[in-house]
Design a protein around this ligand. Structure first.
Ligand code: NAD
Ligand code: MG
Length: 355
């Protein structure tokens, strides 16, 4: 039996993880948390809100699935990596904001860091057992979101409701908006940099509307390997929870005879500037990705409430980055202050953009 702690059990990833855990006799849910919804009886140890590391201390899990949304997931990521406990990571924001600290804790702890994000789960499988000097580059695919093909001018008046209609994935609201701005792929670029220790120039993003190819690795001999499957998060969740076993899931294998459309093209960085902002923040390093992430969380929340336009999201992120000097953060406490600064500045900018 593997003792699993599930953080964010009421969310989109959390609910799908519950399905995988209950279908697998070797997985035992020992702890579960939610942000605000009551979850009594879901597991031996449960917690609603509060400091999730207290729940983890009590539950003594062998694997933590972090499916919290946003920077709020970072303390649990650090706690798990530091102790060498296996971490199945859906909460990409923690690796984006705290990448340097998280990777150092991962090295010290020596546990497994198993990506749940579909592109990163794919890349993990493609890179497994491959010598790093044979790898030329990694390609992450993006569906392009609901606004794929629109120009910048076409995006001026889009609403939160339109942004929430994702063409290929059904997900929580924050990541769905991030997919519409392509910030999600920007966060994933930074996530991939830290997970696979790859320079940014070796990570490419391409738009692939059907989301069947999740990632592709090019090798130095001219060969490329790709990871394919129908877009269903239960596949990477199951892979991370049962690694290295690769358990059965209820998802259909690919039906090639029914036809597959594998179309790829370059992202439009003019209409979707968040992707370029994320790449620049990743390359700048230090706390720039933390500032990018914090500002984006504020801007997305404001867009939801109708306080900020869709194009205003990138604006707020760019201006927040311009106002903060990025230096290395020594610990979680310093990083939390940087995140708070970014949020404060992004909130002020959001109010200015409206008035
Ligand atoms: P969601 O909004 O559906 O669920 C978030 C969960 O986190 C809920 O259980 C909520 O109660 C909890 N939560 C929110 N704020 C919290 C806080 N401050 N403290 C403690 N718990 C809190 O989100 P989701 O779509 O399931 O995404 C979760 C994470 O997984 C995100 O980082 C997202 O980027 C990543 N991810 C999601 C998908 C997907 O298909 N949904 C795919 C890849 C990656
Ligand atoms: Mg993804």
């Amino acid at each position: 039996m593997k003792r699993i702690a599930l953080l964010g059990a009421t969310g989109s990833i959390g609910r799908q993880a519950l399905e995988i855990v209950s279908a697998h006799p070797d997985l035992e849910l020992v702890a579960a948390s939610s942000g605000s919804t009551p979850i009594d009886g879901l597991a031996e140890h449960t917690q609603v809100g509060g400091d999730l590391t207290e729940l983890l201390e009590r539950a003594e899990p062998e694997l933590v699935l972090n499916a919290v949304v946003g920077f709020a997931g970072l303390p649990a990521t650090m706690w798990t990596l530091e102790r060498g406990i296996d971490l199945a990571l859906a909460n990409k924001e923690s690796l984006v904001a705290g990448g340097d600290l998280a990777v150092a804790a991962w090295r010290r702890g020596g546990g497994r860091l198993l990506p749940v994000d579909s592109e990163h789960s794919a890349a993990f499988q493609l890179l497994d057992g491959q010598a790093s000097d044979t790898v030329d580059s990694l390609v992450l695919t993006a569906s392009g979101g609901p606004f794929r093909g629109r120009s910048r001018a076409d995006l001026a008046d889009v609403t939160a409701r339109e942004a929430l209609a994702h063409p290929t994935w059904s997900m929580g609201p924050k990541i769905t908006v991030d997919s519409a701005t392509l910030m999600n792929k920007g966060l994933e670029l930074i996530e991939a940099h830290f997970l696979f220790d790859l320079d940014y120039e070796r990570i490419e993003v391409v738009v692939h509307p059907t989301s069947v190819v999740h990632a592709l690795v090019r090798f130095r001999d001219g060969a490329s390997l790709a990871h394919l499957g129908y877009p269903d998060m239960r596949v990477p969740i199951s892979y991370a929870l049962t690694y290295p076993e690769r358990a059965e899931t209820p998802i259909d294998p690919l039906d090639l005879a029914a036809g597959l459309i594998l179309e790829f093209h370059a992202p439009d960085l003019d209409a979707f500037p968040c992707l370029a902002l994320a790449r620049a923040a990743g390359e700048a390093g230090d706390t720039a990705p933390c500032v990018l992430n914090g500002a984006n969380e504020i801007a997305v929340a404001a867009f939801f409430d109708g306080r900020l336009s869709f194009l205003g999201i990138a604006d707020v992120v760019e201006r927040t980055l311009a106002q903060i000097d990025c230096v290395p953060a020594r610990d979680l406490e310093e990083l939390t202050e940087v995140d708070a600064d970014a949020r404060r500045i992004a909130s002020a900018l959001t109010r200015q953009l409206v008035h």
